[in-house]
Design a protein. Structure first.
Length: 115
């Protein structure tokens, strides 16, 4: 089992920045890819960014150049630095961890971008 706990969400004005964190515990040695997804009201959950155990990254087109995913394997934590935030970035952001045989999700943290 892997447990994921997100933090760092909140209210921010358009153009502002936030940094999300996701701390993993449990069978962390089994984790391969980690990522961030988001779900806006009335919409399906979508990929934001993913990072492999080797550090390769992939981003949704909508966040490229604005968001950066990083991973601290020593601290078992994955981060999402979000800059130049837009109102359309408003969503619940979920952390995800993949092992060879299972996928785990955190409970999410709300990001609201509004003036």
């Amino acid at each position: 089992q892997v447990q994921l706990v997100e933090s760092g969400g909140g209210l921010v004005q358009p153009g502002g920045s936030l940094r999300l964190s996701c701390a993993a515990s449990g069978n962390i040695f089994r984790i391969n890819d980690m990522g961030w997804y988001r779900q806006a009201p009335g919409k399906e959950r979508e990929l934001v960014a993913v990072i492999t155990s080797g550090g390769s990254t992939n981003y949704a087109d909508s966040v490229k150049g604005r968001f950066t995913i990083s991973r601290d394997n020593a601290e078992n934590t994955v981060y999402l630095q979000m800059n130049s935030l837009k109102p359309e970035d408003t969503a619940v952001y979920y952390c995800r961890a993949d092992t060879r045989i299972a996928t785990y999700w955190g409970k999410g943290t709300l990001v609201t971008v509004s003036s």
